[in-house]
Design a protein around this ligand. Sequence first.
Ligand code: HEM
Length: 628
Amino acid sequence: MLDYLSLIAYGIPILYFGPYLLSYFTTLFASRRFAKTSPIPSVTVYTWRDSILVWLFSPYIAPFFECLPFRLGHWVLYVKRDFSWCTKGDLARKEVGDVYWAVGPGGAQLWVSDADLITQIVHRRNDFVKRVSDYAILNIFGFNVVTTEGALWQRHRKITGPPFNEKNSSLVFDPHRKSPYSYPMLVQQLFGMLTVTPNHEGTHAQGKAMLASFTYDAEGNESPAGQEPVVEDLIHWMMTVTLNVISSASLNINAVWPIHSVAAKNYKFKPPSGHNNSNLVQSNTAGLPFQESFDTVMNNIRILIAFPAWILRNSPFKIMRITQQSSDHFSKYMHELISAHKAKIESGSTDGDSSSAPGDLLSSIVKASTGNKGTGLSEEEMVGNIFVFTLAGHETTATTLQSALILLACEPQVRMEVQKEIDEIWAGKKTGEDLTYDDYGKMRVIMALMLETLRVYPPVVMLPKITTARSSVTYNNQTISIPANSRVLIDVVSVQRNPKYWGPNNHSFVPSRWLMPSSYTPPPDSNNESPAHANLFCPPKGAFIAFNGGFRACLGRKFAQVEFCTLISVLLRGHSVELVREKGKGWEETRAKALVDLDDRRTGVAMRMNKKVRVRFVKRGMESSPLA
Ligand code: HEM
């Protein structure tokens, strides 16, 4: 009897942990042996990097390891969650350089923050593929352009890409030109926001309505200058405006700005009579508006992945039930819309002509897929793409706007440069005229602000790839061999703060580094990050990778750039963004704290700030921050 018990007591753990330990040691030793044969330096780590436990607990246990004598626990710094962000690339740069192997259980991973090597990787689509398993969470509604690779990805990109093609942006100003894809309301939507007076009645007046809600009092009247309300939750409002904009572009949904004033948070703005917030009568009457259901899905996406629908539906926890309900709503909205579009196409009421087609992403992909079995997208894939575009298209832009506004509040000198540019644009206009797309090219300082914000605070900090077969690359005039199935990680933070490309002030926020004189000639092998703007600094290819590059470059780059510039011009034309001082604290102290909070981030879907920085939009001329 005792023998049986002993067998169970020892046998079960051995059976359970045996294969784990075997794999741990064999892969650790094999990767160490491999690294010794490579000319690239290496660091050894003693835990699986992709383990959820490491992700969850490493920030808390790392300090104990760091205290161990003889630097025995130093390796933990290389596996700590968001380690590259925490060290801004300096740790690896100092100890192992711009390219190194991280060897450990699970095999060797190549970490890259060298611009030339990054360029090779992003342009070799067949050798360095996206590690799609890292994106599985985004497949929740169906495969899509972000989560697929190879032929499947090509099919998704071919269908979803054209509406966001930068070349199409001019179509919106040439209504007589016919194209199967009218540019998706982008510029109309964004500039439309500016043409409506801020009385909240216009559904497109997002920028102005948002500014009004930042500057009106609780009763909905303009606040006396200097007494504007405090914007406590800047990211929430940036997410709201970018979600409204992307929903318009991808689904033709006209959303209403939800509040009159941040001073009266509970006062919900009522849509004008006859206005349909979701364009979907059935689903809308059934419950949540699109934005609310999307928000809930996005914020609780891990719950949706972890539990089957029937558990969530019947859960005693409200959050689980609401999450499933929102997911059902989102899916229902999408399927209703797709059916409506399909019905129109089948009845012949749209003919592929831009003048009759709504021009949003969904109608484009339904049109491109209907009747194209094999090359088109299935209904599930269409929903998957709308979800991922909505996600990719708003969180990244929102965090960039948030960071930029806080930086402007901390750097009044930069804010004044931006306002000077806005004033110059308006000086050339007659009374009653509004901004037009031609003005976008004049927004050089604002674009420099965006690019510099993205350089120092990129929303996507890591680009994971994997080799399909043994591959070789060139680094420092040496040929480096990379085994098949090796993970290759492009370290966005590290390359964008590498002094080799950005000089000794690599960690400082200096938008003017992007503004070059008219005599500027971009060096060879450099990249123009915004061709619409003259004389912008062109960094070496691969040194600025915030929008990724090569084949898998961001589809919404231009969209995000136009959106950012437009919103900044609306917000700062008549107002200045300022930090809210806490009682008894001076300007320098408040600014120092805001900069620390700005730096305190962690990755969710995109990298986000952990804390909130309170700001206020004060009438120009009433600023209280020092001007130098
Ligand atoms: C500041 C704003 C933005 C930043 C920093 C950004 C950054 C990126 C990055 C780094 C990637 C590559 C991700 C990866 O491969 O893991 C990406 C891909 C993508 N982005 Fe953006 N993005 C922004 C805005 C947008 C917007 C507004 C849209 C949609 C309108 C969008 C749509 C996409 C799509 C569809 C992809 C996948 C492309 C593919 O794999 O073929 N992004 N973006």
